[in-house]
Design a protein around this ligand. Sequence first.
Ligand code: F6P
Length: 550
Amino acid sequence: MTSPSALDHFPVSGNLTALQKELSNTHLRDLFANDPSRFDRYTLEAAGLFLDYSKHLINDEVMASLIKLAEEAGLPEKRTAMFSGEKINYTEKRAVLHTALRNFGDAPIMVDGEDIMPMIRDTRARMKAMTEQVHSGDWLGHTGKPVKHIVNIGIGGSYLGLKTAINAMTPYHVAGFEHHFVANIDPNELSEVLRKVDPETTLFIVASKSFSTLETLQNAQAARAWMIEKGCAEQDIRKHFVAISTNLNAIDQFGIAQENTLPLWDWVGGRYSLWSSIGLLTSMVVGYDNFERMLKGAEAMDQHFCNAPLAENMPVITAMLGVWYQNFMGAESQAFISYDYFLRDLPGHLQQVDMESNGKRTREDGSTVNYQTGAVIWGGTGTNDQHAYHQLLHQGTRLIPVDFIAPATTHNPIGEQHPWLFTNALAQSQAMMQGKTLEEVREELSATGMSADEIERLAPHKVIPGNRPNSMIVPEKITPETTGALIAMYEHKVFVQGVIWQLNSFDQWGVELGKVLGDRLIEKIRSKDETTDQDSSTNGLIKRFKQFNS
Ligand code: F6P
């Protein structure tokens, strides 16, 4: 493992190392006590999101140096390169233009000499038409009944982003339809969905950028076989299947009608594809207009990212705070905790966006980095998680920066429940920052009438160190616009960090080896012969599997 060394190839890195030493004896409590303007100085608003980053282990010098670091890494130039369609995904020789999918301007965006905006507009129009056909009841199944169930078959980026967006926009769901996801190759998942749907009224969306992903193809084949088994004739299968991919030949071979096919392009990364035709389920669940509102929320964040000065730029600030902790303070992970039930899938989506993008070690010239890169991303939903892992956040030995995402209002006011929910986020954020000193614990215990001996025995266990950095992100409400802005903000955060770490954030070679080995080992599992040519663990586990499957 590399040590969490500073990024010393950047001139400003020495400053940051010195600042880290200086700040190591400072407590966030004191920073707040000594500076009443801290909240005003370290907050900002963009695209409907409000960020409070005042509870971070920073001062003006740290922030100025972090911004300098972003400049030294060439962030403004790299940002321009991405938005203008340069092939910044250099290992796959591809442009990175998920931002074009949420662009509603008139200017052309060129890839290989072609303006891609007309085909984006055309695909949006087709998504709208398909959505309206389902909603109006004009899309009929093989027995002439309208669609009621929509099943998305897709995994990774063809699943996580959609699920996050669809659940975030729950209050906007169009009544009368049920949607389902099948992602895993685990047959339990498909079986559970098929148990709930009706073959006469079900539309399957096969969403796969490559149309070669094992899980998706197996599930799609099984769904197709299920339809036939339930009485749908071969020639009517087209009424129940839509496909989205860059691989139109593979769709054709699968037998999905051309009119039920939506295109995708190689300049859309899988984990950034929720804005594309892969978002068809989203459009069908919330209605095309709300899907477009989400795109426009993301576009507003893109404009902020491109136009706001780096020091007032939300994705840049969140990214550079991450760099501060991972590279200068020795943090290893970062938690995202949503205080909104509808945002419960956000941490899972961010896990893919972040870890598949920046879980890397090789620079463009082939050299290996000598500093930490992508953090371990994890998280969940408040308040549930307060009763699970927050203990470690407050009293554990690790430094884990947290983003609390807590909308100021709810779609479902019931009594004081939402004020309590928000207060809990606030209290966790405050507790992480201020902690509880030994003196405070002693005073508190003494007030209960406890003996001095007992106080000394118990007090150390109740001390909470505090000084744990965290952000609060407070949209007014979770709407299609703020959903789009929030996801786009984190996408750009990941991009900025990739620039600092000199990574290609847009390929994913690391996931290939497992796939290749899986293809080899399935032959061993299928074979009647005992496997003896693998390592002893693999041989033994194959034997155990066969013991119960012969
Ligand atoms: O896990 C690797 C990966 O390629 C992801 O990047 C992608 O989102 C996922 O598989 C699914 O890929 P596809 O949309 O091509 O089926």
